[in-house]
Structure formats: C-alpha cells, structure tokens
Design a protein around this ligand. Structure first.
Ligand code: SAH
Ligand code: SF4
Length: 350
C-alpha cells in the first residue's frame, strides 16, 4: 500500500478531495505529518473519522521493530520496517549544538565494499523517496526524547546509513525535496555520502546546489581503492576527482572525504602523502573514521598512534582533518550491523 509519506501535498489534497474533504484539511494533515512529525493518533485538530480513514487507506507504513540507545541516551538507533518490506536502520545522534539523523537509502547495498556490514548483505531493495524521508520524520519525533544537553530538536540529516544514495538516485533526490521542502530543514544542513558514483555527483550539484557532499575515498591510489571499494574499477580516482571538482564549481562548497582507518591496509605514511595533494586540490575536509570491525571481514581498526601519524602528515601539508568519534559503537552504529544481527536472530535454526 502507498505510504502517505510518498504523496506530495497536491496528491494528498486530490485524495482527500475524492473523499469529500476540503483542501484546508489536506494542508492541516500534511503540516502535522511533516512539520510536527505527528502520527495519526496525535493529530487532535483532525476529526477522528478522517484520522481512521487515513490510517486505513494511507498508512504511515513505518513499523519500529527495535530501538536501542547508547552514549547515555544521546545516540538512538531504530530498526524500522518500511512499507512492510525488509528492515533498515536509522540512527539519531544528539550533540551539544545539533541533532543529526543518519538515514538509509536502500535495504542492503550492491556496491560490495568488503569492510562494510551493509555491503556484505548485498542489495535487497531500494527505498522510495517517502520511505527515506519517513526516517527523518522519525528523527524529528525522537529528537524530543534526547537528553537536555542537546537541542532536543532535529537540525541535520546525513545520508550515511545503509545503501548507496546515488545508486538509488531518483528516490534520494525525491527524499531531498521532501526533507528540504515539506519538512523545512535547510539544504545546508543536509549531506549526501557517496562511494563515488561519479556521473551522479554533478547531477546532485545541479538539483540541490546547497546540499553537502561526502565522498568515501578510503584509498589514494587505484590499486588499493579497487580492493576496498570495487566500484572504483568503474569510476577510477581521476574520474571521481573530476566529478567532485565539477560539484565544487557548481556549489562553491567544501566537499568532505571519508576515510575508514584500516590497520595495515590504507593507513600508511605513503597513503597519507598521496591523499594530501588530492584533498588540497579539492579543498576537501578529511574525516578519518577508525574501522568498526564486522564479522564478515577480518581487518581491525588502525591503532591510535598510526592514526596520529596519519593526521600529522595531512596537517603538515595544510589539510583540514578530523578524527570522527566512534559514537554508538556499543550499539554498532556503523552502517548495516543492527539489522544483520536481527536477521541472524530471526533466521530459522538449521
Ligand atoms: N554508501 C555510502 C553511504 C553509506 S556508508 C558511502 O559508502 O559513502 C557511510 C560511511 O560509513 C561510508 O563512508 C562508509 O565507507 C563507512 N563505513 C562503512 N562500513 C564501515 C565500517 N565497518 N567502519 C567504518 N566506516 C564504515
Ligand atoms: Fe554500500 Fe557504502 Fe557500504 Fe560501500 S560503504 S557497501 S557503498 S553502504
């Protein structure tokens, strides 16, 4: 059944008109759904009979299967079943000055990065624009339950959950339109992370010139990157850099480079020395993320002293670099892991 989150205001108005409801009702329901992140049972100004019909014919289609928290409640992770299909995960992270929701764009992922729990699952299905945006709505609702050391209000969205946003481009762009339109979140507070689907990057710049871009580079030469990120064989580093350049020219924004620090794989001085000129040319900010080990891949995160040496080389070259915190590690906040656990737990015993 179509989720109400997949409808535009115009479509909702049309549907309600066919039930004999005036246009103002549709605007009211729409505002409650997106701006207040309300569920049908929490819309006191909408008549009960209409709410019941909406729930029956235009359900939300968001089922919370499991919720876990970490970092003294400042990180919350939900396993959601969207549209009655496979489960996906969404993470909400509260900081002193902002609240960020991390959304999935696919159940699983076809890109096959070996170190990634989502990649190890393969692709199961694409999410629709409404299913992606519904996770942001969940985040807006859940933000009120964060500790009062945070703003308790959703401020940022990152497309860094399960799946590759730019291989589900149409629905990712549709979700961006809903998030920055109906929900009213500022484009500049939204970031799309990609493994490097080069041809889609300039299209993102064209469609959403204020939305941020993060590219998961992980290696600074094609041989190392081919091994970690198989799509590099399709769009090698030179082509990817040209695409990021085009994005930068169109948006005048600073891209981010994501780099999982993997012990004795991509954490050498040589990799840092090769990365520095790339980051400088692209005027990129580098985020280093210690690898979150997954059951399907034997590698370990780089030790702290290796990360320090890597950072020092980049900083000496004038590159802006941050070591990202591994927030929520005790609930496996890196992509893909919670739902893998869920599947294992629910798989029939052999
Ligand atoms: N498919 C997109 C977005 C989802 S992955 C992408 O690859 O960019 C979000 C980020 O998590 C990416 O930078 C990805 O490389 C990183 N990541 C995946 N598995 C990880 C792991 N086990 N440890 C650390 N980072 C990981
Ligand atoms: Fe897919 Fe991103 Fe995981 Fe690679 S890192 S398998 S692109 S989700």
């Amino acid at each position: 059944m179509t989720s109400v989150y997949d409808l535009t205001l115009e479509q909702l108005t049309e549907r309600l008109a066919s039930w004999g409801e005036p246009a103002f009702r549709a605007r009211q329901v729409h505002r409650q759904l997106w701006e207040r992140a309300a569920t049908y049972d929490r819309m006191p100004d909408v008549p009960k009979a209409l709410r019941e019909r909406l729930a029956a014919e235009l359900p939300l289609e968001v089922e919370v299967l499991q919720e876990r928290e970490a970092d003294r409640g400042a990180t919350r992770k939900a396993l959601l079943r969207l549209g009655g299909r496979h489960a996906i995960e969404t993470v909400l992270m509260g900081y002193r000055d902002r609240v960020t929701v991390c959304v999935s764009t696919q159940s699983g992922c076809a890109m096959g990065c070996g170190f990634c729990a989502t990649g190890q699952m393969g692709l199961r299905n694409n999410l629709t624009a409404g299913e992606i945006a519904a996770q942001v709505v969940w985040g807006r609702r859940e933000a009120a339950n964060l500790p009062d050391s945070t703003p308790q209000r959703l401020t940022n969205v990152v497309f860094m959950g399960m799946g590759e946003p730019l291989s589900n481009e149409r629905h990712t762009f549709g979700a961006l339109a809903k998030i920055t339109g109906a929900m009213g979140l500022g484009d500049r507070h939204v970031t799309v992370s990609t493994v490097g689907i080069a041809p889609a990057i300039p299209r993102l710049a064209e469609a959403f010139p204020q939305v941020g871009l993060a590219v998961s580079l992980h290696a600074a030469d094609d041989r190392t990157r081919n091994a970690l990120v198989p799509v590099n064989k399709m769009w090698p580093l030179a082509e990817l850099q040209d695409a990021i350049d085009a994005w930068r020219e169109r948006t005048h924004r600073r891209p981010s480079i994501e780099w999982a620090m993997i012990d004795r794989t991509n954490d050498s001085d040589e990799q840092a020395e090769r990365l520095a000129p790339i980051a400088l040319r692209l005027r990129a900010h580098v985020n280093l993320i210690p690898l979150n080990p997954t059951p399907g891949w034997p590698s370990q995160p780089s030790p702290p002293e290796r990360i320090r040496a890597f950072v020092a080389i980049l900083e000496d070259a004038g590159v802006a670099v941050t070591v990202r915190d591994t927030r929520g590690r005790d609930i496996d906040a890196a992509c893909g892991q919670l739902s893998l656990e869920h599947e294992r737990a629910s798989a029939p015993q052999a």
